[in-house]
Design a binder for this molecule. Structure first.
Ligand SMILES: [Zn+2]
Ligand SMILES: [Zn+2]
Length: 370
C-alpha cells in the first residue's frame, strides 16, 4: 500500500511540475511561480553568465561561437522545438508500438487489432494537426488588412492596455486591439495569444483553433494509450494467473494472497519498457489536460494568454494611479478623473475575469476565424 501511495505521489509531483512549466504565471507569488521564474528567467541568465566565464578559459573565438549558439537557441525563430516535438512524439509512439502494440495487441483477450488501427489513425491525425498548427498563418497584420482587423476588435479598446490611436513601432501600422508585435517572428499578430516554440510560430486569431485541437488530440492519444496499456497489463496478469498466486512470509510462515501491488511489481519486472511508456503517457495526459483546461477557461472568459500575462504589467503601471485617483475623487469632483478611473477599473476587471461569454460561444467564435 505504501508503495502505491508513493507511486501516486510521484505521478502527481511530475504532473504538477509539467503543469508549472506550461501554465503558471512567472510573476505569481506562489512556490510554482518561484520555480518557474528560476527556470525561465534566471536559467537563461545563469547560462549566459557561464558562457561569459568561458571567455577567460577558452579564449575569444570559442566564447563568440558559444554566445552565437546561445542567441540562436533563445532569441531566434529556430526549429529546435519542432525537432524536439517530433523526436519525443515519434520515439514514444515507436517504443509503444514495439513493446506494446506489436507484442501484446491481439495476444490478450482484452485488446484486439481494432485498437492498432485506431491508435495509428489518431497518431496520424495528431501529426496532421501539428502540421496545420505550424503552417496556418496566425493572422499577420499588414497595411492592407489592419483597418479590417481594427474594426473586428473595436470593442476591445479600453484606452488603457489597448489604445485606439496606437501604432506598432516596428511595422509602422495601426495596432488593432488584442494584437501584439511578436519579437521572435517580427510581425504584428491579430488576437495574439502566445509565441509557441513547439510550432515555431505565434498562436493567434487564425490558428488558435488548430492549437486547441492539437491539445485535445494529443490528450486523447495519451489517455487512449494509458487505458489500452493497462488492459494489456491486466491481460498478462490474468493469463499468468498472477491474482491466484500466494506467497509465504519467511518470518511468520503465514501464507498470503498476492496483492494488486505485488502483481503490479511482477509485471514491471516482466515488461519494464512497456510500463515505462504507459507511465510517460500518463504524465503527458495529466500535463496536457491541465493545459487544455487552462485554455478552455480562457476561451470561456474571452481572454488570451497575452492578456493574462499583461495583468502584471497593469499592476506595475496603473495600480498606483488607480489608488491615487480613488483618493482624489473622495474630496474632488472631476469628470475626467472619474472617466479615467472607470476605464482603469474596467480594464482591471477584464484582466482578472475576462468577459464571460461561456464555453460554447467562445469555441464558436474561435472556430469561425479563417
Ligand atoms: Zn508590428
Ligand atoms: Zn511569434
Amino acid at each position: 500500500m505504501e508503495e502505491l501511495l508513493l507511486f501516486v505521489l510521484f505521478v502527481l509531483c511530475t504532473g504538477s511540475f509539467f503543469y508549472m512549466l506550461v501554465c503558471t504565471d512567472s510573476n505569481s507569488k506562489t512556490p510554482m511561480g518561484w520555480i518557474r521564474r528560476i527556470i525561465y528567467t534566471k536559467g537563461p541568465h545563469l547560462i549566459k553568465q557561464q558562457i561569459s566565464q568561458c571567455r577567460k578559459i577558452f579564449g575569444k573565438k570559442f566564447y563568440e561561437k558559444l554566445h552565437n549558439l546561445y542567441q540562436y537557441i533563445f532569441y531566434t525563430n529556430n526549429p529546435i522545438g519542432q525537432i524536439l516535438y517530433i523526436l519525443i512524439f515519434w520515439s514514444a509512439f515507436g517504443v509503444y508500438y514495439k513493446y506494446g502494440i506489436f507484442k501484446h495487441f491481439g495476444n490478450t483477450p482484452y485488446v484486439n487489432h481494432i485498437h492498432t488501427a485506431c491508435g495509428a489513425f489518431i497518431f496520424i491525425f495528431c501529426n496532421y494537426i501539428f502540421y496545420r498548427t505550424c503552417t496556418v498563418s496566425p493572422g499577420v497584420i499588414t497595411s492592407e488588412n489592419c483597418e479590417d482587423v481594427k474594426k473586428r476588435y473595436e470593442e476591445y479598446y479600453d484606452e488603457v492596455l489597448y489604445k485606439s490611436n496606437q501604432t506598432c513601432q516596428t511595422c509602422k501600422i495601426i495596432k488593432p486591439a488584442r494584437s501584439k508585435h511578436c519579437r521572435v517572428c517580427d510581425k504584428c499578430i491579430s488576437r495574439f495569444d502566445h509565441h509557441c516554440i513547439w510550432v515555431r510560430q505565434c498562436i493567434g486569431q487564425n490558428n488558435y483553433k488548430y492549437f486547441v485541437i492539437f491539445l485535445f488530440s494529443h490528450i486523447f492519444l495519451c489517455c487512449y494509450g494509458v487505458l489500452v496499456g493497462i488492459l494489456c497489463l491486466y491481460g498478462i496478469a490474468v493469463k499468468l494467473q498472477l491474482f491466484k498466486l500466494t506467497y509465504k512470509n519467511s518470518v511468520t510462515g503465514e501464507i498470503h494472497k498476492a496483492t494488486a501491488f505485488r502483481v503490479f511489481s511482477y509485471i514491471i519486472d516482466k515488461e519494464p519498457v512497456f510500463v515505462f511508456v504507459i507511465f510517460v503517457c500518463l504524465i503527458f495526459s495529466i500535463t496536457l489536460i491541465a493545459f487544455f483546461l487552462y485554455h478552455l477557461n480562457m476561451i470561456k472568459n474571452d481572454k488570451t494568454t497575452n492578456e493574462r500575462i499583461r495583468k502584471n504589467d497593469f499592476q506595475r503601471a496603473y495600480l498606483t494611479e488607480m489608488q491615487a485617483l480613488t483618493e482624489y475623487l473622495k474630496t474632488h469632483q472631476n469628470d475626467e478623473a472619474k472617466k479615467r478611473l472607470g476605464q482603469l477599473k474596467q480594464c482591471w476587471k477584464s484582466l482578472n475575469n475576462g468577459k464571460y461569454q461561456g464555453l460554447v460561444l467562445g469555441l464558436k467564435k474561435i472556430f469561425s476565424y479563417m
